[in-house]
Design a protein around this ligand. Structure first.
Ligand code: PNS
Length: 169
């Protein structure tokens, strides 16, 4: 049984993540999505909300048999605890490369048994990011091309109570 871990902040999950997830599922016997705290980022959704949104997106997109966990701590510890042999990450434009390279090498230093596997994003998602989606959502824009309906609804609810920007004069 070859189990892989697909970690990320998923704040929130996008169609870009779902594309990587679908393709990673075909490569391993089991895929576990880990909603991990990223100490470098402040998140819009709580860890619990993000995990529930990943689960809802999986249901909406009819992607079966993917376990979702939330984790706070070192990724290699999470992978070890779950018995994962690999960590899957998506690569969009070259701008992702430096961070991912450093991340993979550090994780290998921490545990050489856990391999990093990178999947190139699909062309149409190459500039899609959770940050962009949040920015569009914050200003009341249409995010339906980028995220499943359940996520769009949660973004609306999150920003519904927040102030819209003042109109330009
Ligand atoms: O979606 P993101 O924010 O790019 O995901 C990054 C994440 C959460 C996978 C990464 O920051 C992570 O694994 N953080 C946990 C702490 C850790 O293990 N750091 C690695 C040492 S470099």
């Amino acid at each position: 049984m070859r189990r892989a871990l697909y970690p990320g902040s998923f704040d929130p999950i996008t169609y870009g993540h779902l594309d990587i997830l679908r393709r990673a599922r075909r490569l391993f016997d089991e895929l576990v999505v880990a909603v991990v705290e990223n100490p470098r980022k402040t998140s819009l959704f709580t860890a619990d909300e993000r995990r529930k949104l990943v689960e809802a997106a999986l249901r909406e997109e009819k992607i079966p048999k993917v376990r979702v966990v939330s984790y706070s701590g070192l990724l290699v510890d999470c992978a070890r605890e779950l018995g994962a042999v690999a960590v899957v990450r998506g690569l969009r434009a070259t701008s992702d490369f430096d961070y991912e390279f450093q991340f993979a090498l550090t994780n290998r230093d921490l545990d050489s048994e856990i391999e990093s596997v990178f999947l190139m994003t699909a062309g149409q998602h190459s500039f899609l990011s959770s940050s962009l989606v949040k920015e569009i959502g914050q200003y009341g824009g249409d995010v339906s091309k980028f995220v499943p309906a359940c996520v769009a609804k949660s973004l609306k609810a999150k920003f519904g109570t927040k102030k819209k920007p003042k109109e330009a004069r």
